[in-house]
Design a protein around this ligand. Structure first.
Ligand SMILES: Cc1cc2nc3c(=O)[nH]c(=O)nc-3n(C[C@H](O)[C@H](O)[C@H](O)COP(=O)(O)OP(=O)(O)OC[C@H]3O[C@@H](n4cnc5c(N)ncnc54)[C@H](O)[C@@H]3O)c2cc1C
Length: 402
């Protein structure tokens, strides 16, 4: 009988988990490893919620990918009889010259995403709890919203196991890994990874989907173009009985009038989520302390009072420190290792990767099984000759986060 190709996936977050599920369904033998488990508190896929939207500006692959992801999230909700996508609507508030808004329209139309361009008067009428000073226009996606993050990451791995995949809570030994993997093309068809317990595991293909750890694991290939940054997230409490800031009354929103801010209305009886997307300092995902800063609280409080005046004195209920796994152009990395074609690297979600999980898993599965190249925007060659690290502000053409 024909022996199926064996694929090891390292990292069971949004990228690795969905890829494992799709590869298993495509007939591969799949072993999924994670050091701490899917959606763990150190990972970028941890925490409660993530924004899912398809508005991304002009000339990018993400609107189409998000549209496919929305279909697949729905398909899996029905299949698994669980809800992960809360369709609260997403409002993108734009200022400036309106280029981002205008540039978003054609990709949204081409991808068949339902959206409305909303003028200032209409914005003020529909959402009087938002102060629209500085906002020129909005794009509203009624069927988009937010995803349950940790819960869905864990469900994906549960279903991967139920569909016959093997999951192990084990860590790959990252010490000198890139050099060791570069030498490790045994017989040209198998490669081996060292585990922290001293053992080794080999397979025909090894996919590294290690989120913010990718730069450390691949210091030569990914390191110069990658940085993990510290990001703070806050959840504020509305006044007693006040529902204007809850799901159903105000949408998920992104504010591009200044440096990018975004948030998710109160849902599941938790607070009103608010975050500043500006890249924070470099952050170690394994040992970094995860306490928010006084300056971070003051910054979001003053924004909250300005944009959502009814939340002016809202108490801070919860906070988190997470990290973005940024590439220098905010585009994902999906490529083979230049010195070992059995090794694939999938990461660089750059603060906007979670929503794409199922569509990305589907895409990576096709690429790996056909030994095909990803689109140029995802390949490492785009960095050729460049060694710039990501900045703490977004480059003008980047896809922006959330
Ligand atoms: C604060 C914040 C807000 C965000 N907001 C949004 C949003 O609104 N919308 C959106 O779409 N995206 C958002 N993102 C981005 C999105 O969450 C990430 O891009 C995505 O979750 C990345 O998934 P991943 O699988 O690449 O990484 P991870 O989830 O970090 O998974 C990597 C896994 O690898 C494992 N691992 C690492 N090293 C090893 C090793 N040596 N051996 C074994 N296992 C290992 C880890 O334990 C981890 O589970 C946000 C991210 C953050 C942090």
């Amino acid at each position: 009988m024909h022996k199926p190709i064996h694929i090891i996936i390292v990292g069971a977050g949004a990228f690795g988990g969905w890829t494992a599920l799709y590869l298993k369904r495509a007939g591969a033998r799949v072993t999924l490893l994670d050091a701490w488990g899917p959606g763990n508190s150190r990972s970028s896929s941890g925490g409660e919620t993530r924004v899912i939207r398809a508005t991304y500006g002009p000339n990018q692959p993400y609107t189409k990918l998000a549209a496919r992801a929305i279909e697949l999230w729905h398909e899996h909700q029905i299949k698994w009889n669980r809800q992960f996508l809360l369709p609260l609507g997403v409002l993108w508030m734009m200022g400036g010259d309106g280029a981002y808004a205008r540039g978003s329209v054609a990709p949204l139309q081409a991808a068949g995403v339902k959206f409305e361009e909303v003028g200032l008067k209409d914005l003020e009428r529909r959402w009087p709890q938002i102060n629209f000073d500085d906002v020129e226009s909005g794009i509203y996606e009624p069927d988009s919203g937010c995803l349950l993050a940790r819960t869905s990451a864990q469900a994906v791995v549960d279903h991967f196991i139920a569909e016959g995949g093997e999951y192990r809570q084990q860590a790959v030994d990252g010490r000198n890994l890139e050099a060791r993997l570069s030498d490790a093309m045994r017989n040209g068809s198998e490669s081996e990874v060292p585990l922290l317990d001293g053992s080794h595991i080999s397979a025909n293909r090894i996919i590294f989907a290690c989120g913010p750890w990718m730069g450390h694991l691949f210091p030569q290939t990914i390191g110069p173009h990658f940085v993990s940054t510290r990001q703070e997230i806050f959840f504020f409490g509305a006044p007693a009985g006040e529902t204007r800031f809850n799901a159903g009354n105000v949408p998920v929103w992104g504010d591009q009038t200044g440096h990018f801010m975004y948030g998710i209305p109160g849902n599941q009886e938790r607070g009103f989520k608010l975050a500043d997307d500006t890249r924070g300092p470099e952050f170690d995902p394994t040992y970094g302390d995860r306490l928010v800063s006084r300056e971070g609280i003051e910054n979001v409080r003053s924004y909250l009072a300005y944009r959502f005046p009814g939340m002016k004195d809202a108490p801070l209920l919860e906070s988190r420190v997470c990290q973005y796994e940024n590439t220098s152009d905010e585009n994902f990395i999906i490529d083979r290792h230049p010195r070992n074609e059995n090794i694939w690297m999938v990461g660089g979600g750059s603060g906007h990767g979670f929503k794409h999980g199922p569509a990305l898993g589907e895409m990576v599965t096709k690429l790996v099984l056909k030994d095909d190249d990803a689109e140029a925007i995802f390949r490492l060659a785009r960095f050729s000759g460049k060694t710039t690290s990501p900045k703490t502000t977004l480059p003008p053409t980047s896809p922006s986060s959330s």
